[in-house]
Design a protein around this ligand. Structure first.
Ligand SMILES: Cc1ncc(COP(=O)(O)O)c(C=O)c1O
Length: 442
């Protein structure tokens, strides 16, 4: 496409941008106008290699024709149909396709439109499940420090990120948190899952002793925490959480919004990490982000408890106008088909060794205090500048962008999650540009 075909805005005022330093951005805009394969292009036509799959979402690469065409075809056939007391075929087909690739037992799919909606939906399903089984006293929700589950009141409350909450006053009551799993001293430079920290899951036993198992509905964690800087679970940690949840009748919810759809070299993180939750949330890679869509998968017994436990009529008073939207469903089916036909999880698995090597080569650069990875994710942690936390990483982000590579930063951590179609020359460029930027930010 020629660069003149890309419309350029001449007024940046009206859009109140999310999670953005609006004043800085509007004075120094960095815009993306087009994308293809591994790359974005600015309105001026400058290529920017995408080391973040957008925002952990375009796992199959950008502008995939198969997905675009499926959306176009569907838009011409059925633009919208409600899924409240009505249905349309693609919403069912997409759910059946998703159930086929989900870990065994996770067979029931509730459609949402985002990761945040998926988090809140999962928590509501957990509460409804216990109520349907006559355990309505289980209203407590347990999250984890440094967890991110989006920005709805449920996900924000169960999430464990202080700055995400402090503007908003009272949150959900009856929420408690496990300690995070980040043991940088013991686990520095670890490759894949770190060795130390499984016992941190025992904090769940302490919360059970404190509150009583009969008050706890669910524990929600990300299998690999992403937004707070790539925290892979210590070996044995998730297994231990699973064990304690099962023992006390607590539902285990995995937020797989970023670990789903091939990121860890398997369709879902649950398989790679060897632990199956009772409920799983998804979004992002589900449609390759071409149309917003999220999903919550529940074990059959969860679905049956709620549906068969209801006296009749509507069983779950929850849903979104756009749950199972036809364009999103078409995009999801096309995306899942691409994952199958190109074996994208297998491709990620095949290249993760090289990815790991390239990431760990950042060790030794000025102010780099840790490198960690899991599947096609890498986190490079840097020492904050005295009195200016986050500033070093922002400088790295801006320098990389200006040098043609899109990275993501959170605090003073660079978090990388390229499309799963990444190849060795892309890696060389990503880590070459990043190391120059880290040196320049020293
Ligand atoms: C683990 C996790 N859960 C939930 C969300 C929220 O998703 P969304 O921004 O689509 O609401 C995110 C977004 O990054 C995420 O990483």
């Amino acid at each position: 496409m020629n660069e003149m075909a890309v419309p350029r805005p001449n007024n940046l005022d009206a859009f109140w941008m999310p999670y953005t330093d609006n004043r800085y951005f509007k004075a120094n805009p960095r815009m993306l106008a087009r994308a293809e394969g591994m790359s974005y292009f600015t309105p001026e036509g400058r290529e920017v290699l995408d080391a973040t799959a957008g925002l952990w979402c375009c796992n199959a690469g950008h502008g995939r024709r198969e997905i675009t065409e499926a959306i176009q075809r569907q838009a011409a056939v059925l633009d919208f149909a409600p899924t409240f007391q009505l249905g349309h075929p693609l919403a069912f087909e997409a759910a059946a396709r998703l159930a086929e690739i989900l870990p065994d037992g996770l067979d029931r799919v509730f459609w949402t439109n985002s990761g945040s909606e998926s988090a809140d939906t999962a928590l509501k399903i957990a509460l409804a499940y216990h109520k349907a089984r006559g355990e309505g006293g289980r209203t407590r929700l347990i999250g984890r420090e440094r967890g991110y589950h989006g920005v709805g009141f449920g996900g924000m409350s169960v999430g464990g990120i202080g700055p995400n909450r402090k503007q908003f006053g009272a949150l959900l009551p009856y929420v408690d948190h496990l300690p995070h799993t980040h043991g940088i001293e013991a686990n520095r430079w670890s490759r894949g899952q770190p060795g130390e920290g499984a016992s941190r899951a025992d904090a769940l036993e302490a919360l059970v002793a404190l509150h009583g198992a009969e008050t706890i509905a669910a524990v929600m964690v990300e299998p690999v925490a992403g937004s707070t800087g790539v925290l892979p679970p210590p070996r044995g940690y998730l297994e231990r959480l699973r064990e304690i949840c099962t023992k006390h009748g607590i539902l285990l919810v995995f937020d797989e919004v970023i670990t789903g759809f091939g990121r860890l070299g398997t369709p879902f993180g649950a398989e790679r990490l060897g632990v199956v939750p009772d409920i799983m949330t998804m979004a992002k890679g589900l449609t390759n982000a071409a149309v917003p869509m999220g999903a919550v998968a529940a074990k059959d017994e969860v679905y049956r408890a709620v549906v068969e436990g209801s006296p009749g009529g509507i069983e779950l008073f929850h849903g979104y106008t756009y749950s199972g939207h036809p364009l999103a469903a078409a995009a999801a089916i096309a995306t899942m088909e691409l994952h199958r036909s190109e074996d994208l999880p297998g491709r990620a698995k095949a290249i993760e060794g090289e990815w790991q090597e390239a990431a760990h080569a950042m060790r030794g650069l000025p102010h780099v205090t840790d490198v960690r990875d899991c599947g096609l994710i890498a986190g490079i942690e840097m020492e904050p500048r005295p009195g200016a936390p986050g500033q070093r990483a922002l400088d790295v982000f801006r320098r990389c962008f200006d040098d043609g590579v899109l990275v993501r930063v959170t605090g003073d951590i660079v978090a990388l999650s390229p499309p799963l179609i990444v190849e060795k020359p892309h890696m060389e460029r990503i880590f070459g540009t990043l190391s120059d930027a880290i040196r320049a930010a020293a």
